[in-house]
Design a binder for this molecule. Structure first.
Ligand code: UDP
Length: 313
């Protein structure tokens, strides 16, 4: 049986990974400090065998007695309002936190996976983004706390790979969505669904012509699994190339919820990327992976989850 440690395991994506690996027979150690994660996301696993929850901030050194086969770093605030609110923690979790987990992986001779992000491409000047593109990041803008922390994480991961031959996986995630996102987490999909369900105005930042490419969590975690099980020590984009404007996204959510909410336009945040779309030919070629869940299908399931939450409150 393989043992996997997932830092950020009580977060939106991390908790779905805990489920996936647990369901596939792994022993799972979930590590989280719950600053943006929620214990409720892994509550159903708490009493199970092969599952351990460790309340820990990876900015502090993490000591684990057991052997580990895999160490995954999914710990970080990921929503722009969260990292604007937590700039120092975001930088420290990406730097010191990543370093601590790399040391742990090295000590255990485990495979290390770094959850990086499309944000390392910044406001891209080429589209779609291939893994070979170096990006266009403002190093001193408000988003830099996240972007530069993730860029540092990638560089640190590669340094451990080169210096110590650590077996690494470098994952670049593009806008994932689905159940277990927090309705007030501030990102476009949770905001729009929450606003639509509550009959509040839908807040579009800028004119809504900026684009994103949204990937349903089930597709994302399958891609992550395949990457981990591969032998690829190079960056891999895992995302859905289906690109749409934020205005189109808002209109789709209004239609799917049957909401009477009006769209209102607010100021665009500084350095907000104008386009984002993954080139996933590397993942297709090496992992035989591509997304299969259509946006409307994924949004419908996410809307159902949010509706359940508001009924409970
Ligand atoms: N956005 C928006 N209204 C909102 C939240 C976000 O128009 O209530 C925009 C945001 O400015 C960005 C896009 O939607 O252009 C995606 O934002 P999100 O925070 O989901 O992700 P990221 O910017 O990290 O891709």
């Amino acid at each position: 049986m393989s043992r996997i440690l997932i830092a950020g395991g009580a977060g939106f994506l991390g908790s779905h990974l805990c489920d996936l690996f647990w369901n596939r027979g792994f022993e799972v150690i979930c590590v989280d400090n719950l600053i943006t994660g929620n214990a409720r996301n892994v509550q159903h696993l708490m009493d199970q065998n092969r599952f351990t929850y460790l309340h820990h901030d990876i900015i502090q050194v993490l000591e684990v007695d057991q052997d580990l086969d895999y160490v995954l770093n999914f710990a970080s605030p990921a929503s722009p309002p969260d990292y604007y609110r937590l700039p120092i923690q975001t930088m420290l979790v990406g730097s010191t936190g990543t370093h601590n987990l790399l040391e742990l992986a090295k000590e255990k001779s485990a495979i290390f996976m770094m959850a990086s992000t499309s944000e390392i491409y910044g406001d891209p000047q080429v589209s779609p983004q291939l893994e070979d593109y170096w990006g266009n990041v403002n190093p001193v803008g408000p988003r830099s706390v996240y972007d530069e922390a993730k860029r540092f994480s990638e560089a640190m991961t590669m340094a451990y790979h080169r210096e110590f031959s650590l077996n690494i996986r470098l994952l670049r995630i593009f806008n994932v969505y689905g159940p277990r996102m927090r309705p007030k987490d501030g990102r476009a999909i949770p905001n729009f669904i929450d606003q639509a369900l509550n009959g509040e105005p839908i807040t579009i930042y800028g004119d809504g012509s900026q684009t994103r490419s949204f990937c349903y969590y089930q597709d994302e975690v399958e891609g992550i699994y395949r990457l981990l099980m591969s032998n690829l020590n190079v960056p891999i984009n895992i995302g859905n190339p289906n690109e749409l404007t934020i205005l189109e996204l808002a209109e789709t959510i209004i239609e799917l919820t049957g909401s009477r909410s009006q769209i209102i336009f607010q100021e665009l945040p500084e350095d907000d990327p104008k386009v984002r779309r993954p080139d996933i030919s590397r993942a297709k070629r090496h992992l035989d992976w591509q997304p299969v869940v259509d946006l409307r299908q994924g949004l419908t399931q996410t809307i159902d989850y949010f509706a359940t939450l508001s009924n409970e409150n």
